[in-house]
Ligand binder design. Structure first.
Ligand SMILES: [Zn+2]
Length: 564
């Protein structure tokens, strides 16, 4: 008791000293923004005239006169010249190292045939020494005239190099004959649990691998060095700044990535706010025990500058819809013998969820099909029943196909649906073929979820989609592709408002990472993170969101990207 009182006295003394210091020295701003539209996403004062920043914090929001009282000779003033300020945008589900790697590899997004890809590979082989792996990512056979899976035969002529090309969603890989040989894949190679080797009518592997079967190839590819990985990370962070992102939730960080992040954190050189989800599978070959359980013993990590947080775990329940690996309650409408794949043992997922909650960690599980989502809601429900400690905020990542019966369970259980608006507009040309006209009503069902009171943190899943959050906001509010199709939007009743979409990339992304007290809106005391746009996206025709450009990205009061 005596100790407690002493502590209290000390606290009183400290707070008295601090307030006296405040009286004697008027606070001056390092940065003032004024002269444009400032949307705070704070319902108490949704729009303000000016914002003042000191160090990495917002110290004032309100009228211009009030901000200018904080000005001294050192203050930098950004005259917005009618530009629009919103809280710094955060991508709530993405892959930073993969983005960096994709910037260094063949980018196959938007290709229209296997022949086009073959000629891109041949071009690359001409510039690399024989034997070096040629890697690429981004193909989607659904965009091709012949939308069957390709085979190694489509890459004939590339045999001096092993070739490894990931599908756009990362859930399938396509390789050439040399890669099959190097990896020892033959007719006799069995399908691994949770994976499929696509075979021809004679049972011979065709060169396409689904979900867990991808590792039969990927684990044989020489690992990049940490120097290469670091340079990928730097390139990815620059890219994020240029599209207006101040932060992202990294959906699977293993021990190798963690080491690179931690080095940057220690040197205070990480220039993007990263919320890391711990990977269950460790790249070093270990599973859970070494890496994840070590973190459970240590507990969550928060860097004092709020750039790096480790407080969540990434699990996978199923594959993806495009490669028909998403686990469905009923078979695929365009593949009646196939209901997709659950890729992890439910008992294992329950035990990880329980251990995570006990250790103060959140769980974020990839679930795309309605069977995977139901299974995860069941697992979460069980885990939550016996949990009484920390705020759980369990998440499901993607939630693409939901049984209508399961929609209300998210709000009831407090489970956060973390969704990616551009997935809907990328998948809409073929999603109904996969799902049929009834089941598609529970697909990408943002409005149905919002109406139950859910918050939807939004992301892009980059490099699956482009990292530009304005594309996500456009997709969320139109459900149209960039050419404006379909004319009224795909299932337009599921659209979000601009405000809801911006919330998804700001306030709700902050909530999904327990950061709503420090970021997500423009309020005094919060981090000075802003995205500044050349158009007022709240007051333009929706299609003009596509013509809106990022003018500044500001993180912790520092301009990390600017066109001025
Ligand atoms: Zn992802």
């Amino acid at each position: 008791m005596i100790l407690y009182l002493r502590k209290l006295n000390l606290m009183l003394l400290v707070s008295l000293t601090l307030s006296l210091a405040g009286c004697s020295q008027r606070q001056s701003a390092d940065l003032i923004l004024s002269g444009g539209q400032i949307y705070t996403m704070n319902p108490q004062s949704p729009q303000v005239e000016a914002v003042a920043v000191k160090g990495d914090r917002i110290i004032y929001t309100g009228a211009v006169e009030g901000a200018y009282q904080l000005r001294d000779s050192e203050t930098r003033i950004i005259d917005l010249m009618d530009m629009t300020v919103i809280p710094g945008l955060v991508d709530a589900h993405a892959h930073l190292f993969s983005l960096g790697r994709s910037l260094h590899q063949l980018n196959l997004v938007g290709t229209t045939s296997s022949a086009e890809i073959r000629s891109m590979v041949l071009d690359k082989t001409g510039k690399s020494s024989a034997g070096v792996w040629i890697q690429g990512r981004g193909w989607d056979q659904n965009d091709w005239i012949n939308n069957q899976f390709p085979s190694w035969r489509d890459l004939l002529g590339t045999e001096l190099h092993p070739v490894y090309l990931r599908r756009v969603d990362g859930h399938a890989a396509w390789v050439n004959k040399t890669a099959l040989e190097i990896c020892g894949i033959t007719k006799d190679t069995p399908d691994p649990a949770g994976g499929i080797i696509i075979r021809d009518s004679a049972g011979e592997p065709t060169g396409v691998f689904i979900d867990n079967a991808i590792e039969l190839i990927s684990l044989k590819i020489p690992q990049p060095t940490n120097a290469e990985r670091s340079s990928w990370l730097a390139a990815a962070i620059d890219k994020c700044h240029s599209v207006g992102l101040v932060g992202m939730h990294d959906a699977a960080v293993d021990s190798v990535k963690m080491e690179i992040y931690m080095k940057l954190v220690q040197k205070r050189q990480l220039k993007l706010r990263v919320y890391a989800m711990l990977s269950v599978d460790d790249i070093n070959g270990g599973k859970a025990e070494d890496f994840l359980y070590g973190w459970f013993d240590k507990g969550p990590f928060f860097s004092d500058d709020h750039y790096f947080t480790v407080r969540s775990v990434k699990l996978f329940a199923d594959g993806a819809l495009g490669s028909r690996g998403a686990a469905l309650l009923q078979p695929y409408s365009d593949d009646p013998g196939n209901s997709g794949l659950m890729v992890e043992d439910p008992e294992f997922m329950l035990s990880i969820t329980q251990r995570a909650l006990e250790s103060g960690f959140q769980v974020c599980t990839h679930a795309i099909g309605d069977a995977a989502n139901r299974s995860m809601l069941d697992i979460y429900e069980k885990a939550l029943k016996n949990h009484s400690g920390s705020d759980p905020r369990l998440r499901i990542e993607h939630c693409q196909v939901l049984s209508l019966d399961d929609v209300p369970r998210f709000a009831e259980l407090g489970v956060i649906p973390s969704m990616q608006p551009t997935h809907a507009t990328s998948d809409m040309p073929w999603a109904e073929d996969r799902l049929g006209s009834d089941r598609v009503k529970g697909a990408y069902a943002w409005r149905k979820l919002l109406d139950t009171g859910c918050r939807i943190p939004c992301g892009s899943d980059f490099p699956v989609e482009l990292p530009d959050p304005l594309l996500g906001i456009y997709a969320a509010v139109t459900r149209q592709d960039c050419d404006g199709n379909p004319q009224d939007g795909w299932f337009p009743e599921e659209r979000m408002s601009v405000e809801e979409a911006v919330r998804g990339f700001t306030v709700d992304a902050a909530y999904a990472s327990f950061a709503e007290d420090i970021s997500g809106s423009i309020e005094a005391g919060k981090l000075a993170d802003f995205t500044i746009l050349d158009k007022d996206i709240f007051n333009i025709p929706l299609e003009q969101i596509l013509d809106t450009h990022v003018r500044y990205t500001i993180i912790g009061g520092e301009v990390v990207f600017g066109i001025y």
